[in-house]
Design a protein around this ligand. Structure first.
Ligand code: DX5
Ligand code: ZN
Length: 215
């Protein structure tokens, strides 16, 4: 069964507390928190003070997805705000290996997100050092976009690479995940499913989390 990581980007920001309560009562294990800087991606979301408040509401895993340039500058701050998993973008890190070590030195799990155009092969030399690979199944920056079908092939290739390396890296899928593609993604090798719109725009978000989990 996959870990479900609902993305609060799709929640009603005026009622963020209620969204956290709903997730705490749900079968979701992780909270997925999208941080955007208007530079790495053409959108701005929220940052440290909001994450600090969310942390106070939950003992679940805070999975922080940094869509920002120079993420290495903010590792200690995100740890302080409550991140458990800190994910940086491959495309934003010229010194990825070193950035991963810095994240782990702060006691967090280290994640690497790859954009749709980035080949999984590029992670081969660093796969042992990655706790979570976040495969972007949309172009980062916005919720509610259409799932890119090529993702399945990337997930299968990544799963093989992880097995060959005898690594324990988890595969996370982010963008356009629905109850219709969840089972196929898990079959291809996904361990974690991020879902924003699918969960928060559902008539019954908790029931939607159950169906994604038991897909
Ligand atoms: C997109 C973000 C996603 C987003 C997913 O840049 O990384 O986490 O919230 O939203 P949905 O599930 O609506 O595609
Ligand atoms: Zn995300």
């Amino acid at each position: 069964m996959p870990i479900i990581a609902p993305s609060l980007l799709a929640a009603d920001f005026l009622h963020l507390g209620a969204a956290c309560t709903m997730l705490n009562e749900s079968e979701a294990e992780w909270f997925h928190l999208d941080v955007m800087d208007g530079s790495f991606v053409p959108n701005i979301s929220y940052g440290l003070p909001i994450i600090e408040q969310i942390k106070k509401t939950t003992s679940k895993v805070l999975d922080v997805h940094l869509m920002i340039v120079h993420p290495e500058k903010y590792i200690a701050e995100f740890k302080k705000a409550g991140a458990d998993v800190l994910t940086v973008h491959y495309e934003a890190c010229p010194h990825l290996h070193s950035t991963l070590q810095l994240i782990k030195a702060q006691g967090m799990k280290a994640g690497v997100a790859i954009n749709p155009h980035t080949s999984v092969e590029l992670l081969k030399d660093v796969i042992q050092d990655i706790d979570v690979v976040c495969v972007m199944s949309v172009n980062p920056g916005f919720g509610g976009q259409k799932f890119i079908e090529h993702t399945y092939e990337k997930v299968s290739a990544l799963k093989k690479m992880i097995a060959v390396a005898n690594a324990s890296t988890l595969i996370e899928i982010d963008g356009g995940v629905t109850e219709h593609n969840a089972a196929k993604l898990v079959k291809a090798g996904a361990d974690i499913l991020v879902a924003g719109t699918t969960v928060f725009k559902a008539a019954d978000p908790k029931a939607m989390i159950v169906s994604l989990k038991h897909c």
